[in-house]
Design a protein around this ligand. Structure first.
Ligand SMILES: NC(=O)c1ccc[n+]([C@@H]2O[C@H](COP(=O)([O-])OP(=O)(O)OC[C@H]3O[C@@H](n4cnc5c(N)ncnc54)[C@H](O)[C@@H]3O)[C@@H](O)[C@H]2O)c1
Length: 274
């Protein structure tokens, strides 16, 4: 059974790879014997993570500075990847602008009535258009792999439910200055669910599966008020630890999920069922 979970020698592209969750995806790929290809905005951070994984797991990790909002950067990177590896096995669409409004000091920008169009465009460019561009190019290369492969989209519990804006309130502020979770987060994360269903059928004849996970919030030094309020809305009574999605990611990337396609999997301690 355990071999079903192996990613041995599988080349796996991870966007936003040096972030909080991206580095966990990279760890699990390396731990299972795969080759993590780390894409993010800063070459030094990509190199540092690749070096760490190489040392820790003796795998051929590599990092590239690729801004996924720029199609020409993806195309250039794809040609390097094709020469180096010929085929790839998987793509994790993980990168997103991730505004932490619960600890924001800019209180009014997030409100819908003030929300800058430039921020709307930037958030959609990374989370949604970036995922489309990666699916278009890296996904196509996966479809040419004779063994097939898989695409994993990182959505959110907020792709399934609306944000409860009461969580983000700041004492003493008038209503019109209260921060909120930006509209773009809901739109990007729901959009990824649509992209998942589209891709699950698109290259199915080439054995390319596509699934999405909808993680809940991760413990990351949030303020006391937010923590108390949010955990009261989660049946398990706590946020996730950052390494708690590794098992699910491994399942979905590996052959153990060979018949999972088009699945939208909530992993939120039960928050979205309450
Ligand atoms: N942290 C959470 O609580 C949580 C919960 C649910 C879902 N998610 C989702 O998980 C994913 C990762 O979240 P995180 O908490 O690790 O965020 P993070 O901000 O730590 O990491 C995001 C990474 O994406 C990179 N990035 C941003 N724009 C990019 C671009 N144009 N091209 C390439 N890389 C780019 C950033 O540099 C960063 O390293 C996101 O999609 C997020 O929405 C996170």
């Amino acid at each position: 059974m355990i071999d079903l979970f192996s990613l041995k020698d599988k080349v796996i592209i991870i966007t936003g790879a040096t972030g909080l969750l991206g580095s966990q995806h990279a760890e699990v790929v390396a731990e299972a014997g795969g080759i993590p290809v780390l894409l993010d905005l800063d070459q030094d951070r990509c190199n540092q993570l690749a070096d760490k994984l190489k040392q820790k797991y003796s795998v051929d990790a590599i990092g590239y500075k690729v801004d996924i909002t720029k199609e020409e950067e993806i195309i250039d990177n794809l040609s390097i990847i094709k020469i180096k590896y010929k085929y790839i096995h998987a793509l994790i669409n993980n990168a997103a602008n991730n505004p932490k409004v619960e600890d924001s000091t800019e209180k009014a920008f997030s409100r819908l009535e003030n929300f800058p169009t430039a921020v709307w465009n930037s958030d959609l460019a990374v989370g949604l258009s970036g995922s489309f561009l990666c699916a278009k190019h890296y996904g196509f290369l996966i479809s040419q792999n004779p063994a097939g492969g898989t695409i994993l989209n990182i959505s959110s519990d907020l792709g399934l439910i609306a944000p409860d804006q009461r969580l983000y309130r700041k004492a003493g502020l008038p209503e019109e200055l209260q921060p909120v979770k930006p509209v773009t987060y809901s739109v990007v994360k729901a959009g990824l669910i649509g992209l998942t269903r589209y891709l699950a059928t698109y290259w199915a004849d080439k054995n390319v599966r596509c699934n999405a996970i909808c993680p809940g919030g991760i413990e990351n030094n949030q303020n006391e008020y937010f923590l108390k309020e949010v955990i009261s809305r989660i049946p398990l009574g706590r946020l996730a630890k950052k390494d708690e999605y590794k098992g699910l990611v491994l399942l979905l990337l590996s052959e153990s999920a060979s018949y999972l396609n088009g699945s939208i999997i909530s992993a939120d301690g039960g928050r979205s069922v309450w």
